[in-house]
Design a protein around this ligand. Structure first.
Ligand code: PLP
Length: 226
């Protein structure tokens, strides 16, 4: 039996403590509950406990859960790899996409976003450890990609996202997050107004919060092992 309500309370306390330890306002860190491979019943339990933002990795699974949950008040974040032939449904159903790493995908999302829904919130995924085969823009390509995405009418460029290689030590965990934060600062310095750093998961949220994360993506600590 997974105790979602209790897990949420615990993780909120831990996030708030990490923020205070980092000298930050706990309200500046938003919790994204990653519900991939978990049933809608647990999502609704989390929603009843005040959770508002949910992250899904797979288009079809996410669409089914959005429909089944039937809750206009929840915000749905797409955080998986997005193939360009699946952009339409994401543009029509989700509120955020955290994993844009190519202009072509961004252009499709922008074109396919219904005007009535307002701009789709976008984070650019950066392959921050230059891992072969991993999704994400290279650090070198990021500034140009950001400039181009920022001009697309159906999108609102909100910030950057990364999924670093696993490290056990706190200091090693901080290093890639610090680089992502520096990239966001460079974009702001050239007038691209990003406000979001989507970084940190169940095992490294503390390091991410110390480096300025504004949105942590937590699955296991809320919903249990997958
Ligand atoms: C699954 C996933 C998470 C959540 O990971 P946990 O370790 O379960 O907290 C966060 N971000 C992305 C992109 C994921 O795919």
């Amino acid at each position: 039996m997974i105790r979602v309500t209790e897990n949420l309370r615990k993780i909120r306390d831990l996030l708030a403590k990490a923020a205070v330890d980092a000298g930050r306002d706990p309200a500046s860190v938003r919790l994204l509950a990653v519900s991939k491979k978990k049933p809608v019943s647990l999502i609704l339990e989390a929603a009843a406990a005040g959770q508002h933002d949910f992250g899904e990795n797979f288009v079809q699974e996410g669409l089914e859960k959005i429909a089944q949950a039937g809750r206009e008040d929840l915000q749905w974040h797409f955080i998986g790899h997005l193939q360009s032939n699946k952009t339409r449904a994401v543009a029509e159903q989700f509120h955020w996409v955290h994993t844009v790493d190519r202009l072509k995908t961004a252009q499709r999302l922008s074109r396919q976003r219904p005007a009535s829904m307002g701009a789709l919130n976008i984070c650019l995924q950066v392959n921050i450890d230059s891992e072969p085969g991993k999704s994400g823009s290279s650090e070198d390509d990021l500034p140009q990609l950001a400039r181009q995405v920022a001009t697309l009418p159906g999108l609102r460029l909100r910030g950057l996202m990364c999924l670093p290689a696993q490290h056990d030590s706190f200091e090693a965990q901080r290093e890639p997050f610090a680089r992502l934060r520096a990239h966001a600062a460079s974009l702001r310095a050239e007038g691209i107004d990003v406000d979001t750093l989507s970084m940190g998961m169940s095992h490294d949220y503390r390091a991410a919060i110390f480096e300025g994360s504004t949105m942590v993506r937590i699955g296991t600590a809320i919903f249990g092992e997958r």
